[in-house]
Design a protein around this ligand. Structure first.
Ligand code: GTP
Length: 744
């Protein structure tokens, strides 16, 4: 749904742009009506930008609105229907039809359609059946909003109407003001209606249409007093005398009508006085029919011929023009006020910027994002500046730390218990082959992928550190979250070339199979590697031992440390097992013999220590590992000078240096693997990463909410705000200019 919404927004934006360019194209020889249309478009844009800028800005409240007020059955609804060009309001005869305010929001659109608030149904206003069901639905809503024992309701029934040539404004139909409350009405009905009218008229954006029934003799109307109290100067009031056709046929004193239209009869002021015919009592007449009837009437009108009516005061057409004029006047006022307010806001924000970030150029979110994109893509390029040696070093190191445990636990240790070199080498060959076939290539590619990402992250963070160092101390790196997000996304989507795994398998098989050590240097390197690995494992084992045995006597004394019960037990077991290892059998096998186990348990029982066999075996296992490592370190030392014997095939030598050859095979595999992976990174994978980075950057750019979340901080917010304010102000000023041109 969100995607659809976005799509719709995008299309609407495109549509606006197209409309704009179309209007610009047609600028030469522009018709007056077209200028109006473009003004309406501009005004819509201004309102949209205002509500974009401030979520709390309610366009609806700011729109000029036409509020009709008059006695019951004076013809209010009929006048509104002429403005909205459709017979959309419920009708009846005699009874009070408008029971609650009905608000119609008008705007331009290709089709004449209406839609009620909270209802997806669209009514086609050119179809009589749709008009009928719309009226019925409005009436139903009016009635259901009535509370018990009430005659009128304050709740507004809202709908929107779109159509060609309709101006963007709001119309409000109100219940007619009554002078007496009849028995079928609630007691406070008169007061309720009065209050409702006052409330709607008090909005300074409302154009008050004061409707007076021309066929009635009411000398003083409640309505005129009410209107004059809300708009004493009459600057936003238009007086409308309806049912002039009936007035003429009755010919009640023509002088009275003249006085009304000259504004001399009623104690109120208005910016214009109009006489209209908006119906002929038949509720089924179409707008066109009424228009024709009105035109015919005025053509033949005796009042007109007798000079009572003046041409510019006659007819709904002139009335609509007056409403439109009043509408634009109000728009101008409110837009000018808005422009002033935005000028002040712009000044304040710019001053704040100068004081807070004197050294920075104002870069809003979009500009910053473009800069970040450039910086990030630069770092992708910088990946190719990393030397081949550095790549190979890091990959080999990372790969070894990833696979060393497997090698040690599943390959080296199990084979090392072989009785002689022949069995050892056979076991090793089999295990290395399995390793290279099943696990190693995939692991290597995972490591290379991780390394590539790690190096990219390093570049990103080192450039961030530089940016932070340059930036003022009160400013954090604005790109931090964005860069983090990009790396997180890459972790999820970066994929290695699947073919790479096969070539890697071949390389690894070959290097691991090859037992030849070509020279002394390689032999020495293998010994260094072997020692490093053994020492590393030994120090890890020492940690385990420490945890197992707890603090020594000396540590207990110096640091007030104590042993747990289990640690004390382990210590006793270790003392017994030590006797076995140190007591002569340096070449003890990895498993404890049955007799040995019984002997240890017996010795412990003599000290009143009772432990299970598996407790003893577990302690033995850890101790044995350390013992094994110590023995292999001795082998490494003894093999230091063993290259000569290796060349002779270890004949007439008691020292077995098969371990050294194994470590050389592994070391060469690491070298060949890291070289192959480095080539893959440089030839293909950096490019693939670049594509992924670009895609992630584009996706974030399209998701404005995410972009906002990732690029935040006072600096961005302030720059963004300044840009928005400038944009709104530009629109406002451009619009005011157009309005002024129109005036002259
Ligand atoms: N002959 C004639 N009849 C009109 C004219 N204007 C309105 N009417 C009729 O007068 C009656 C009342 O008109 P409405 O527009 O419903 O009056 P209203 O003021 O909205 O009525 P409430 O909302 O009930 O107070 C309807 O039957 C209209 O057809 C007119 O200019 N001439």
């Amino acid at each position: 749904q969100i995607r659809f919404q976005k799509e719709i927004e995008k299309l609407e934006k495109e549509n606006r742009e197209l409309k704009k360019s179309l209007l610009l194209k047609e600028k030469d020889g522009l018709h007056k009506k077209k200028i109006k249309r473009s003004l309406i478009d501009m005004y819509s844009e201004v309102l949209d930008s205002l509500s974009d800028y401030d979520m709390t800005y309610n366009v609806q409240d700011q729109l000029p609105r036409v509020v009709v007020i008059g006695d019951q059955s004076a013809g209010k609804t009929s006048v509104l229907e002429m403005i909205v060009q459709a017979r959309i309001f419920p009708r009846g005869s005699g009874e009070m039809m408008t029971k609650s305010p009905v608000q119609v929001t008008m705007s331009e659109g290709p089709y004449h359609v209406a839609r009620l608030k909270d209802d997806a149904k669209e009514y086609d206003l050119t179809k009589e059946s749709d008009l009928d069901s719309l009226r019925r639905e409005i009436e139903r809503r009016m009635k259901s909003s009535l509370r018990k024992d009430q005659t009128v309701s304050q709740e507004t029934v809202s709908l929107s109407v779109k159509g060609p040539g309709l101006q963007r404004m709001v119309l409000v139909d109100l219940p007619g003001v009554i002078s007496t409350v009849t028995t079928d009405m609630a007691d406070d009905t008169r007061e309720q209606i009065k209050k409702m009218c006052q409330h709607h008229m008090s909005n300074p954006n409302s154009i008050i249409l004061c409707i007076q029934d021309g066929s009635l003799d009411a000398e003083r109307s409640n309505v005129t007093d009410l209107v004059s109290s809300m708009d004493p100067s009459g600057r936003r009031t238009i007086f409308v005398l309806t049912k002039v056709d009936l007035a003429e046929s009755m010919l009640h004193n023509p002088d009275r009508i003249r006085k009304i239209l000259e504004g001399k009869l009623f104690p109120m002021k208005a910016m214009g006085y109009f006489a209209v015919v908006t119906g002929k009592g038949n509720s089924n007449d179409s707008i066109q029919k009424i228009k024709d009837y009105e035109e015919r009437f005025f053509k033949q009108s005796k009042l007109f011929k007798g000079g009572v009516l003046r041409a510019h005061q006659m007819g709904t057409m002139n009335l609509c023009l007056a409403v439109s004029q009043c509408f634009w006047q109000m728009v101008r006022q409110s837009v000018e006020q808005q422009a002033d307010a935005f000028k002040a806001t712009k000044f304040n924000l710019e001053t704040e910027w100068k004081n807070t970030y004197p050294k920075f150029r104002e870069m809003d979110r979009e500009e910053l994002y473009e800069k970040a994109r450039g910086d990030i893509l630069d770092e992708v390029v910088n990946l190719s500046n990393i030397s081949a040696m550095k790549w190979e070093e890091v990959i080999a190191e990372n790969l070894w730390s990833e696979v060393s445990t497997h090698f040690f636990e599943n390959i080296y240790l199990p084979a090392a218990h072989a009785e002689n070199a022949g069995i050892f080498n056979t076991a090793i060959d089999i295990k290395l082959k399995q390793w290279a076939d099943k696990i190693l290539p995939k692991k290597s590619i995972d490591v290379a992928r991780e390394t590539l990402l790690e190096e990219f992250l390093n570049l990103l963070t080192s450039s961030s550190a530089a940016a932070t160092a340059v930036a003022a101390s009160n400013d954090n790196d604005v790109f931090h979250d964005l860069k983090k997000e990009i790396v997180e996304e890459l972790k999820k989507r970066l994929k290695w070339d699947q073919q790479a795994i096969n070539s890697l398998r071949v390389i690894q098989m070959n290097t691991l199979e090859d037992r030849s050590v070509h020279n002394r240097q390689q032999w020495d390197d293998a010994i260094v590697f072997m020692r490093k690995v053994l020492l590393n494992k030994k120090s890890q084992g020492e940690h385990v031992m420490r945890d197992m045995l707890g603090p020594s006597f000396w540590q207990k004394y110096m640091y007030w440390m104590s042993r747990s019960e289990e640690q004390s037990l382990r210590r006793s077991v270790k003392n017994e097992l030590d006797k076995m290892l140190l007591g002569g059998n340096l070449m003890h096998s990895s498993k404890l013999g049955k007799d040995e186990l019984i002997a240890v348990r017996k010795n412990l029982e003599a000290q009143s220590i009772d432990v299970q066999d598996d407790f003893i075996e577990k302690t033995w296992h850890i101790m044995y590992r350390q013992h094994f490592l110590a023995r292999r370190l001795i082998t490494a030392a003894n093999c230091q000078k063993g290259f000569y014997y290796y060349q002779q095939g270890f004949q007439d030598n008691s020292v077995d240096c098969s371990d050294v050859v194994l470590f050389w095979r592994v070391e060469r595999m690491l070298q060949a693997t890291s070289k192959a992976l480095r080539q893959q990174i440089m030839n293909n994978e950096t490019r693939r990463l670049e594509q992924d980075v670009k895609q992630v950057l584009d996706e974030i750019y399209d998701d404005k909410a995410k972009m906002k979340q990732l690029l935040k901080g006072k600096r961005v917010e302030l720059a963004d705000e300044i840009k928005k304010v400038r944009h709104v102000l530009e629109l406002l000023e451009e619009f005011v200019q157009e309005l002024n041109k129109e005036k002259t």
